[in-house]
Design a binder for this molecule. Structure first.
Ligand SMILES: [Zn+2]
Length: 256
């Protein structure tokens, strides 16, 4: 069974056809879909979606929304009430000007503290801020106390290695299906299979021949096939191992 570790099912157009999206995913063997929140107003939507047996919620404040007021008391309460499998998505995005870096770092650290306190893994978004993120994650306060995944990884293997050393998993998505995405594909071939999880990041990122707005969890099957080709192994092995990794990291038991 496949696990899509990153899908924003509450976003358009996915939210307009949830039954269809989940049905097509099930037909492709997708047994679990992790749905990370983005802005504060999406927390309630994610919580509602977790009523679907295949949906596993993650709540957090995305760096793009770091200037929203973060109520960590409320977030902590909702993480527990909803049975969230992770704090996410959270992180740093220095390719944007606003929210400023200071605000992003403050909000990121508050959520790392919460993850550490609750013993939950984190789903990390990182753009243009890898050194900063790695230096925060390697602080004594967090190193070895938090696990998690770097989502939509498309950078080189040397950078992946720095996250692996800290115990993080690497999530590969649509990029590995594109022949031009040399860097992402070389990382996907190099990272040990027992540290890889799969994701579609639908509807944010597309893949070979598929636009972002057409992406849905069913497409994780093609990502598994591409990864298998890159590594010269069967897609069954990729499916089995990456699902096992996701179950271990997020403490997922399908068919709750
Ligand atoms: Zn996302």
């Amino acid at each position: 069974m496949l696990i899509d570790t990153h899908c924003h099912l509450f976003m358009k157009p996915l939210c307009g056809d949830i039954g269809g999206v989940l049905c097509r995913a099930a037909q492709k063997g997708v047994s679990a879909i992790i749905v990370p929140a983005v802005e504060t107003s999406s927390w309630r939507k994610v919580a509602e979606l977790s009523e679907y047996p295949a949906v596993y919620p993650a709540l957090g404040l995305h760096p793009w929304c770091a200037d929203e007021k973060l109520d960590t008391g409320l977030l902590g309460k909702l993480l527990l009430e909803t049975g969230s499998v992770a704090v996410g998505e959270i992180g740093l995005d220095f390719k944007i000007e606003e929210p400023d870096r200071h605000t992003q770092i403050t909000v990121f650290r508050l959520q790392l503290d919460l993850a550490s306190e609750l013993g939950l893994p984190v789903i990390l978004h990182c753009r243009g801020a890898f050194d900063e993120m790695l230096s925060i994650l390697s602080q004594k306060k967090y190193d070895g106390r938090i696990s998690g995944v770097v989502h939509a990884f498309s950078r080189g293997a040397a950078l992946a290695e720095r996250f692996l050393k800290l115990g993080y998993f690497i999530a590969f998505g649509g990029a590995v299906t594109r022949s031009r995405a040399k860097r992402a594909r070389s990382s996907a071939a190099a990272v040990p299979l027992h540290r890889i999880v799969l994701e579609t990041d639908s509807p944010s990122i597309g893949m070979d021949g598929i636009d972002p707005e057409q992406m849905e969890p069913a497409h994780v099957a093609r990502i598994a096939e591409s990864l298998a080709l890159l590594r010269g192994i069967s897609s069954e092995e990729v499916t089995r191992e990456t699902a096992r990794n996701a179950r271990e990291l997020f403490n997922i038991v399908e068919g709750r």
